[in-house]
Design a protein around this ligand. Structure first.
Ligand code: ADP
Ligand code: MG
Length: 388
């Protein structure tokens, strides 16, 4: 789960990570008042679940409360496009109005899981403010990495080593050490999968502050963090994915045109692979789960069909715990209810396969039966070609 910058900063503050003073609002008049409170200079920052807001025009400096009013008026409601939003952009609903700090240096800090070694790793770089992917591509040596044990947290000697490598000294070095340890504690304690501070700011006065904050959390750990779960913003998620999660379906929207209904995550991955192999592109990943019922299958079908980019559907089911006749009944009911005008290719195998095939056949629906996965993928792509 992702959260907004202002929420990530709220969480981090609770662990002693210094952040700028700031307040969130959707009201330009309130933005003016907040700016006044901060001494008449502030930064107005669009709150969306995507980075690169500055470049896209979603982070702007106001030199007076009136300017803060004007900026909030333009930014709230704008369709903000960044390299992370896709071409359609994201509608801004709120802005964070923050005190404007004087910037001596912008550094980079990030913590994520290194799957290869099975530990969180803290990454730091002197090249903050810009996209870290760019730094990694051009100058990988500019990123310092320090894995740490989640049971013990980032040790003081590790934090000191990192702060020295960032070229910090004196009081600023000491403050950075405290900052790094606090950030690592926050990452571990909240079951985060990402904690990124870009930029990690050194002010003219030598203070260290999180100027930006991005945190992602492990969905499987959210039951332990009710307060963080409350931060979920459904408007920032794909509407079809939200809908699917209501029925316990594992659905992820992709950008192809072959709608996929599959049981089991492994089979779903293999189905997407074979569609690509046959020259097509999947419109979604969908695992209806091992023990789905008719109702879930019907909803899965409805969700696939409400994606306007879907031109044909491939149903690939291996009946293990899941029985083929249940799938067939769910599909038939969904199609009868929604009315379907596109080709549907079905590959059924396993428990009650004959019953399943019979249900499809007697339904009178124009489904295209397939033998095996390769045949199914080729047939669905051929059907799209024919329809076009
Ligand atoms: P994004 O990464 O989405 O572009 P940031 O929060 O990193 O958004 O802001 C972009 C840039 O705006 C920062 O690199 C920094 O230079 C400037 N900035 C952001 N917040 C402040 C602030 N409170 N005071 C001064 N400058 C800021
Ligand atoms: Mg940033």
């Amino acid at each position: 789960m992702k959260v907004h910058e202002y929420q990530a900063k709220e969480i981090l503050r609770g662990f002693g990570v210094p952040t700028p003073r700031g307040k969130v609002t959707d009201n330009p008049e309130e933005a003016r008042q907040i700016c006044k409170e901060f001494g008449g200079r502030c930064v107005v920052k669009a709150q969306i679940h995507a980075g690169g807001r500055g470049k896209g025009g979603g982070v702007k400096l106001a030199k007076s409360p009136d300017e803060a009013f004007e900026l909030a008026k333009t930014i709230v409601g704008m369709q903000l496009i960044t390299h992370q939003t896709g071409p359609e952009g994201r509608k801004v609903k709120k802005v964070l109005v923050e005190e404007a700090l004087d910037i001596a240096q912008e550094l980079y800090l990030g913590i994520t899981l290194d799957r290869a070694i099975g530990k969180p790793v803290l990454m730091a770089s002197k090249q903050g403010g810009m996209e870290i992917e760019e730094v990694a591509a051009k100058d990988p040596n500019a990123i310092i990495k320090e894995p740490f044990d989640p049971a013990w947290g980032l040790q003081p000697y590790q934090a000191r080593k990192l702060a020295f490598a960032l070229g910090l000294s004196g009081d600023t070095h000491k403050k950075a050490v405290t900052f790094l340890i606090a950030l690592a504690n926050a990452y571990v304690a909240t079951d985060a999968t990402l904690a990124e501070i870009n930029p990690f700011l050194i002010t003219g006065g030598g203070d260290v502050i999180a100027l930006d904050a991005k945190m992602n959390f492990d969905d499987n750990g959210l039951f332990r963090h009710k307060a963080i779960h409350e931060y979920r913003d459904l408007d920032e998620e794909d509407p079809l994915e939200v809908e699917a999660s209501k029925f316990g379906l594992n659905y992820i929207k992709l950008d192809g045109n072959v709608g996929c209904m599959v049981n089991g995550a492994g089979l779903a991955m293999a189905t997407m692979d074979i569609i690509q192999y046959a020259g097509g592109k999947p419109a979604n990943f969908l695992d209806v789960g091992g023990g789905a019922n008719e109702e879930q299958v019907k909803n899965a079908m409805r969700i696939i069909l409400s994606d306007s980019s879907v031109k044909a559907v491939l149903i690939n089911i291996f009946g293990g715990i899941m029985r083929c006749d249940i799938i067939a009944t769910g599909v038939v009911n969904a199609v009868k209810e929604i009315g379907i005008k596109m080709p549907v290719v079905v590959r059924l195998e396993g428990t009650n396969v004959e019953e399943g095939k019979a249900i499809l056949k007697s339904s009178g629906l124009a489904v295209i039966p397939a033998d095996g996965m390769k045949d199914a993928a080729e047939k669905v792509i051929a059907a799209i070609g024919k329809a076009a």
